[in-house]
Design a protein around this ligand. Sequence first.
Ligand code: ZN
Length: 121
Amino acid sequence: MPQIYRKTSLDGQHKTHIFYCGDCLDQSWLDKDDDGAPKHFTGRWEEAPLEMCDVCGAVDQESRDEYDNWAEELNQQQWEEDERMREDYIAPDSYLGKTPGTPEWEEASQLRDLMNEQEYK
Ligand SMILES: [Zn+2]
């Protein structure tokens, strides 16, 4: 699986839009400019696993898949959290153990109404 790299300035502050895979980087060491300096090696290279090689179009599919899975997992977690919050909303803990018609129940109802009101604001 090819590794993809992004060229940056020497201090890493400035990131370019130049991407090379490991193979093409190796190759570019061999290509010399007229003055004998290797091409493209005036900067630093950092890993950019989600990008595509400018030269041969290689992608690091494994990293991309990993990223997709990770993003999906994150969505799933977020969804489960939302779901939990929603359930808490519909059945607030304050209702637990209270008998309908008692002052405690009334209080819990008011609290729920208040929470609903805030939700729809
Ligand atoms: Zn390449």
